[in-house]
Write a protein that binds this ligand. Sequence first.
Ligand code: ADP
Length: 495
Amino acid sequence: MTNPIRILFIEDDIEDYRFIESIFAAIPRGSYHLDWVSTYDEALAQIRQKQHDLYLVDYLLGGQSDGLQLIRDAFPNGCDRAVILLTAHGAKEIDETALQLGVAEYFDKVHIRAPLLERAVRYAINSKRVEAELRDSEARYRMLIEAAPDYICQLDTDQRIQQINPSVIRESGYQSAEIIGKPLREFLTPLSQSVLDEMFPRLLATGHCRQEIEFRRKDGSVQVMDCSGSILKDREKVSAVVILRDITRRKQAEHALELALGREKELNELKSRFVSMVSHEFRSPLAAIRLWSEMLRTFRHKMDDTAIDSKLASIMSQIDHLAILVNDVLSLSRMETGQVELKPTTADLDVFCQQIAEETADRYRQTHHLVCDLPTSRIPARIDTTLMRQVMVNLLENAFKYSPQGGTVRLSVALNGDGAIVSVSDSGIGIPESDQRFLFDPFYRATNVGAVTGTGLGLAIVKQAVELHGGRIEVESQIGAGSTFRLRLPVVPSD
Ligand code: ADP
């Protein structure tokens, strides 16, 4: 047997109580349990205990308060329990106020009959139960939306924001009034505005979409958002719901990982370039030194002094070559780790460069030409002459080395604004475009070097040294047509 429905009857007149009790008595036994209180205060106390399923409230309670006042005081947020109001004389205003307060039914005592009252009680209890269930489920959904860390925005078909969840206010720094009614694009970075402009019509057409966009908080900081949208159709009205999930941290982590992987890849490449350089550049001189030493040991007695001197000279030259190589590796590493201190002196840059060009060209005078293009007045600059010599020798050596016989190497020094431009051009093999951006990496050699020997260290040293001087280096090259390396250097300001 189910529990009886508990009813509290609030009535100051005992006769009326008896009357209602007799009506309930006519209903099958056990279905209802009727309690009775006769004053406002008792009623309020009972209602607050919430032990009844339904309140049957008489409009006239004697004293100063009436039944409507009791309902107002007992249910300040509207009736959440079934309430039926009874009066001795019906009045339209009472009826209307009762309805506004959430009263389920309103009866004129004179017309009350058992079946009518019994049905009203059942309907009132049922409708309150349905209402409560609806309220609960709505509250659960609201809680979900309110607790969601994602931004949830409802947009009209013009992208204007109609509704937002509290997370938007909590996280973005904007007040609701600064957001509602504005187009979502106003809160995005310029790049993301075009992403949204492209995405929104697609969302309206297909019903869904997903894209990464950047949301700008009020303080200017940017959140990378995973934005997914879907369409809401409420009767005839179409709107879009977009959910923005903050993936800034994930993106930062991905970026850091990419950088780390990139660095690791670079290191691996550096290592393999180093190994390949060592195996070429160290092995051959060592093999040569070993061969000539063996020859000296075995055939010394058959050689005259000239032959012996020649072999010794070859051995010395290979040793010098190895020493230069080791020095280059060391000086690059010292520059890269900031251990090299610039020791600048004032020198005429044009004269300095011309001198080195002529010295270098001397070794190639049988095969190449040198042309110097120099300014009429001197260009004084603060340079570390040892480092700058290394720079110029490397550039000029390369220009000769990577040019065919008969080629011309051109040195030009000129003032340009408040700096000097030193360029070394050749009409040699050129550098493939895909190699150009790696040229200044240690041990990097372009793919078209063929049999021309080298370590891939020179340009790395040049770059470091030029940057130490506060300058920079650029390269322009076309395969088969030649290359130009251009240095931009600060000069001593003229008074
Ligand atoms: P290397 O000892 O190999 O010449 P560098 O560091 O001086 O090393 O130069 C790096 C690479 O740049 C060279 O291996 C070559 O591929 C390319 N390169 C440099 N200068 C020139 C040039 N003038 N013409 C063609 N290629 C050049």
